[in-house]
Design a protein around this ligand. Structure first.
Ligand code: SF4
Ligand code: SF4
Ligand code: FES
Length: 252
């Protein structure tokens, strides 16, 4: 039995047909514990079969259904309509990415950034031929960074991405740190050095917006500041290593 009606106010745009974006309103018959994704499916089945959106797992695991709901970027399959506390629900595509159609955006720039950072383990050459178990403490150091489902929510809200499209963005940087913190990886130094620029760790404004929207609680900004600290420490060590030489040369 229906538990009332909500009004979905949805962004619509088909670049092949429409001169510009517009909005359409749809009544949604509410059921108990219904999510925004359930509502969008109902609209598609009963009212408008042309409405386009992405979704797959329906359980917060695939990252496909990230969108802006009442102004906040989140997963549609994890957002229960009753928690929104409003009769009218405004639904928009992810910002910072080009709309392909309606709520579907081109994730290309997000994936390109991700590929750039070599998101795979590069084992230390001494360890490739044998099993390399991790102590619980080693595992804990990287745990918080392993939960990313690549939904793109952090990338979509990042002001640095909006301003500087070549900035790799928070998800890619957190993934780098996941390998930097991995005791089995042999490439930590090169990984961080490759991001020692404004396209990398120095491009971030430290606004923490990415952490606020992440559905998996990945501490993206902490990863960025940790890598900055490592780069600064390396620089300081380099400078300090020169000091005895300078003394010798002035006293010699
Ligand atoms: S903290 Fe940095 S990476 Fe995260 S949203 Fe802000 S500018 Fe982007
Ligand atoms: S870090 Fe969080 S918000 Fe960003 S892509 Fe991964 S899961 Fe999504
Ligand atoms: S449908 Fe997979 S995360 Fe929402």
């Amino acid at each position: 039995m229906a538990e009332g009606i909500a009004l979905f106010d949805v962004y619509r745009f088909n670049p092949e047909k429409d001169s510009g974006p517009h909005r359409k309103k749809y009544e949604v018959e509410l059921q108990k514990n219904m999510t925004v994704l359930d509502g969008l499916r109902q609209v598609q089945e009963r009212r408008d079969g042309f409405l386009a959106f992405r979704a797959s797992c329906q359980g917060g695991q695939c990252g496909a259904c990230a969108m802006r709901i009442n102004g906040r970027v989140r997963l549609a399959c994890e957002t229960r309509i009753e928690t929104l506390g409003k009769h009218v629900i405004h639904i928009d595509p992810l910002p910072n990415l080009t709309v392909i159609r309606d709520l579907v955006v081109d994730m290309g720039p997000f994936w390109q950034s991700y590929e750039q950072i070599r998101p795979w383990l590069s084992p230390d050459v001494h360890h490739v031929e044998r099993e390399h178990p991790q102590a619980p403490g080693d595992r804990e150091r990287m745990d918080a960074y392993t939960g990313c489902i690549l939904c793109g929510a952090c990338y979509a809200v990042c002001p640095a991405v909006r301003r500087t499209p070549w900035f790799v963005g928070p998800a890619a940087l957190a993934k780098v740190f996941r390998f930097v913190a991995d005791s089995r990886d042999g490439d930590a130094g090169e990984r961080i050095e490759a991001l020692n620029s404004h396209a990398g760790v120095w491009g971030c404004d430290t606004t923490f917006c990415c952490i606020r929207v992440c559905p998996k609680g990945v501490p993206t900004t902490h990863a960025i500041t940790a890598m900055r600290r490592k780069l600064v420490m390396k620089k300081i060590k380099g400078i300090l290593s020169l000091i005895p030489l300078e003394r010798e040369s002035t006293t010699g």
